[in-house]
Unconditional design. Sequence first.
Length: 278
Amino acid sequence: MIFSKLNGLGNDFVITDDRENKYTENLDEMARKLCHRRTGIGADGLVFVRKSETCNVRMQIFNSDGSEAEMCGNGVRCFAKYVYDKGIFKHERMSVETLAGPMIIDLTVKDGVAVAAKVDMGVPETRREFIPVVGTGECQLEKLAAVDKEFTFSTILLGVPHTVVFMDHLPTAEEVFKYGSVIEPMTSLFPRKTNVNFTHVLDDHTIEVRTYERGCGPTLACGTGSSSAAVCCAMAGYTGKKVEVQLELGSLHIEWAENGHVFMTGPAALSFEGSVEV
């Protein structure tokens, strides 16, 4: 299999062009094998480029644990760069089919190479039954006990379910793993599990986020998580609707527009390319 490895602020993906459907079986096993950081290529996800009947192209993505994801914010930016740079669809605006619905991406191109992307993430869903979260009404500023602490959290659906845990400090890597690994699989509250975004508000237009991703564990960045954190902070009145989200290797710009759509803008970069037996 010929592949490219790309990353969006350190959130990394193995991407391959499979419009001819060479790879359709045991994709969960393939994802676990190729994403393994010691015995494989190493990545947070495995992504396939496929033909679409409704959009310019379709993205199929598997987490490093083998589970198929509906969508991924950093992943779709990397996907769009790959599709453009490889000449699969050579337009700076493209539509991408995902399990979470169609995504519109606007690329920034320099010297013929895509370097960044603005993604229309859609309209956040706040109703519990559609996220899903056990209970009724919106899940905003509620309490959750995990290990030895009680947290204030909000949960929304933005392509995938995201729980935003409000912190009074930037959490350490140890804290992200300690609490994230307990909250993510808490199916008594989150029937489909949840991504966990530990969020520290710096001011009304800047937040810091560290994410424990569903199906991956701690990652250096999460596009849907950053977008969800921005939405939940705005809903709580902690920030405005335009924020800079500071991550470990850089920042994403998130805007919750007047039409209800969330727009994420950030970089996408090629790490390396190669081939591997599968």
